[in-house]
Design a protein around this ligand. Structure first.
Ligand code: ZN
Ligand code: ZN
Length: 360
């Protein structure tokens, strides 16, 4: 018997949940989930998974690519993929079909109802996403490569830093370095935010010159072999006043306290509380306006979310970001973010870039 592929093992883990959800099959429509379960990296694909078979529907553009990437049965559909998939479901006499309610467009859902009018459609929210939280050795290796490349790109870009540079110019330098080092691209739009722009957690780089005697926040991630990395560093450009230094100190302590608390079994809510209580010691907890982190992998934001109300417990093999920040409107912002692997005994910080306040 042929050895089981990693994709087959993942599909088996999903199929093992069919009886619990009372379904005969599942139609996977979210592309990262299709990729996770089949290996297919194209931009148009639907995966039909029954207990006995896995069929990948795609269009003629991927007729050559799909069989090379995927161990599934491939059907190149000339018409709408969901229409083909529903026709197959009927031929196979399947009735109760799980679908990804949280990741399907209303249009696709209506088409599914139209093509599969006799089917019993059952919502499966986040079931594949939950399987994806614990990474395999191969996935961890890809994330490691992504994180290493991301840090190397930042180091190279910073050698080009000049005080007259605009935020957009530095962001472009970062993106260029990532590509030169072998990334497929950025995992998300690079953030370079200087001075009061850094007070906006998701600032867009502007044409404004990077200001002197201010904080400079850079949030960046690469995509390597499909896997994301995510890192934020905040730098001092010139001399900082006491308040800005204090903000940096508070965030760094908070971030390190959270990382020290990471271990299998701890809830995400507990970690989030750790970040907030450390910031509270500096009177800065009210300035922390987002959650403490998130899982990452094939997507930049995955489960688990490290937030106030998240009861999910960490498990060895999860890869998460830890990224507390403080933001004072019209003044400055600091965020420090690492990508971290949960291990059997605690955690391993994957991001190699230093966290002492660096003066540019
Ligand atoms: Zn992040
Ligand atoms: Zn980030």
């Amino acid at each position: 018997m042929a050895e089981q592929t990693e994709f087959e093992a993942r599909r088996d883990r999903l199929a093992a949940k069919f009886s619990e959800h009372r379904i005969d099959a599942v139609l996977v429509t979210a592309l990262p989930n299709v990729r996770y379960l089949s290996g297919f990296t194209g931009s148009n694909g639907v995966l039909l998974l029954t207990r006995e078979r896995a069929v990948l529907f795609t269009d003629p553009r991927y007729a050559a690519q799909a069989p090379g990437e995927s161990d599934c049965q491939i059907k190149v559909a000339k018409r709408h993929l969901l229409k083909e998939a529903c026709a197959s479901i009927k031929r196979l006499r399947l009735r109760a079909i799980g679908y990804e309610r949280n990741r399907i467009s209303l249009q696709s859902f209506e088409q599914m109802k139209e093509y599969g009018e006799t089917l019993k459609l059952k919502p499966l929210d986040g079931v594949v996403e939950a399987l994806r939280t614990v990474k395999s050795e191969g996935e961890i290796a890809s994330i490691r490569a992504s994180v290493q490349l991301n840090s190397a790109a930042l180091a190279e870009a910073l050698t080009q830093f000049k005080s007259s540079m605009t935020e957009v110019e530095l962001a472009a330098e970062i993106d260029y370095r990532m590509r030169r080092l072998g990334a497929e691209g950025t995992a998300f739009e690079t953030i370079v935010a200087s001075g009061e722009h850094a007070a906006m957690p998701h600032a867009r780089p502007s044409g404004q010159a990077i200001a002197a005697n201010q904080l400079l926040l850079i949030d960046m991630g690469a995509s390597v072999a499909g896997y994301a990395s995510d890192m934020t560093r905040t730098f001092a450009v010139g001399k900082l006043d006491g308040r800005k230094r204090q903000m940096y100190k508070a965030v760094l302590q908070s971030q390190m306290a959270v990382i020290a608390a990471i271990k299998p079994g701890i809830t995400c809510a507990k970690l989030d509380l750790e970040a907030r209580s450390t910031l509270a010691e500096f009177g800065m907890d009210k300035l922390f306006v987002h959650s403490t982190g998130h899982g990452l992998g094939l997507e930049i934001h995955e489960q688990p979310r490290i937030g106030k109300k998240e009861k999910v417990k960490l498990e060895a093999g999860m890869v998460i970001t830890i990224e507390p920040g403080v933001y004072e409107e019209g003044f400055a912002g600091v965020r420090i973010e690492d990508t971290v692997l949960v291990t059997a005994s605690g955690s391993e910080i994957l991001t190699p870039t230093k966290k002492d306040l660096l003066v540019l």
